[in-house]
Design a protein around this ligand. Structure first.
Ligand code: FES
Length: 406
């Protein structure tokens, strides 16, 4: 601890002291011993100092330019999805990498400036301080302010107007680089979409919504087949060989007590059995269906004796086909995939927070944080005996966010 008594200093005395005196007093009161201190540029108007300042400004300018580049790409670069063979695919492909690169450079250049500034402008100093406890009193507060003033002056930043402006600009642009992308998440969930739904299609719809446009949708089984580019007489095609990624299913393809995840497969994208054609480029459509965030559906086949015990939800008594029940796989808690089906108890389990839904009672939650039933997809078989969606889901999928009756 210091031997100097702070009570010896009246407010009047403190006011009369210069900044240098207060700064020195502050270090003494804090028990700080400055063992070594050397200004980076002791001679005034040293050309080396000006060169260093210019180099430092260059880092700030680079940071600002990268930040402006990021904002320009974010606002004006074509970002809407392009598939294989579509015009503009390459431009679209660079959208995300460019955003990452420019955001990284903005922060990197700003970071380099800070490190370089400390190394080249702030006086070199070795100080030792002993620790003391308790809150700061008036003397401490004033002397600390004086020390900060001293740091501001000796760092030379106080008299470098160009650098101050660039630093403020760099900080603002770096802040925008972080904040601007959040703007893309601001959407009006009640806005009417093209299907007449409330919403912009992201929360209210899924691949199964196509059913309402008159598109016939099969319950597609994922074979896991991977596409390769193929040369045929009609040019290059990007398809799987022999078997397509999504294939139609018949009831006999699933054993009793089994569960399978299925995805919407549009009539025009069917490429299996006797309809297989290596020139049909449907792989990308299949992958869109598989990756659609609300598309996955659990198709459950119960034993007939169990199906006879099922309690249907009011108004949804004909949503199942025989012993087959199709529930959305997206948990109504916060949207994890409810991937586990326990055939003995007929419980559907969500691994995220352990919610359980009863397949014998229209997917009603019976344990855990989920409060609403899993939406059920109305299904049937078509004239060829393939499982198809009879209609769209009757309610929004996923987390129980709003406007659901159960
Ligand atoms: S997301 Fe399913 S229990 Fe939380």
């Amino acid at each position: 601890m210091t031997d100097i008594n702070k009570d010896n200093y009246s407010e009047q005395e403190l006011k009369s002291m210069s900044n240098d005196e207060l700064a020195r007093l502050g270090t003494e009161l804090d028990g700080v011993t400055v063992a070594y201190r050397k200004k980076r540029f002791p001679i005034e108007n040293d050309p080396a100092e000006e060169r260093a300042a210019i180099q430092l400004n260059v880092w700030l300018i680079l940071s600002i330019l990268s930040g402006i580049g990021f904002l320009a790409v974010y606002l004006f670069w074509p970002w809407e999805y392009k598939g294989h063979g579509d015009e503009g695919l390459w431009t679209y492909t660079f959208y995300t990498p460019l955003l990452g690169l420019l955001a990284g450079l903005t922060l990197l250049f700003l970071g380099v400036f800070i490190v370089q500034y400390v190394k080249r402008m702030i006086p070199e100093e070795v100080s030792v301080q002993r620790r003391h406890d308790g809150p700061s009193d008036e003397v401490d507060r004033r002397t600390m302010t004086a020390l900060l003033n001293d740091a501001w002056q000796t760092s030379t930043l106080g008299r470098r107007k160009a650098m101050q402006g660039l630093l403020a600009g760099g900080a603002i642009v770096a802040g925008l680089v972080i904040i601007a992308p959040l703007g893309g998440m601001v959407k009006n969930p009640w806005k009417r979409g093209e299907l007449g739904y409330e919403g912009d299609g992201t929360l209210w719809t899924s691949g199964w919504t196509l059913q309402e446009k008159g598109v016939k949708l099969y319950l597609g089984r994922d074979t896991g087949a991977v596409a390769e580019p193929h040369e045929t007489a009609t040019g290059q095609h990007y398809t799987t060989e022999g078997i397509s990624r999504l294939v139609r299913m018949r009831p006999e393809d699933l054993d009793a007590q089994a569960m399978e995840t299925v995805f919407p497969l549009a009539e025009e994208d069917v490429n299996d059995g006797d309809r297989y054609d290596p020139r049909k480029d449907v792989y990308e459509h299949h992958m869109h269906s598989i990756h659609g965030p609300r598309n996955a559906v659990m198709l459950i086949r119960m034993r007939s004796s169990d199906a006879a015990r099922v309690i249907e939800r009011k108004g949804q008594e004909d949503f199942h086909y025989g012993d087959f029940y199709a529930y959305s796989k997206i948990c109504t808690h916060i949207g994890c995939p409810t991937s586990l089906y326990e055939a003995q108890t007929h419980r559907i389990l969500c691994p995220c927070h352990q919610s359980q839904f009863d397949a014998l009672q229209y997917g009603k939650p019976v344990f855990g944080p989920a409060a609403r039933a899993l939406p059920q997809l109305p299904i049937t078989v078509d004239e060829e005996g393939y499982l198809v969606a009879k209609d769209n889901f009757a309610e929004p999928l996923g987390p129980a966010f709003w406007e659901r009756e159960s």
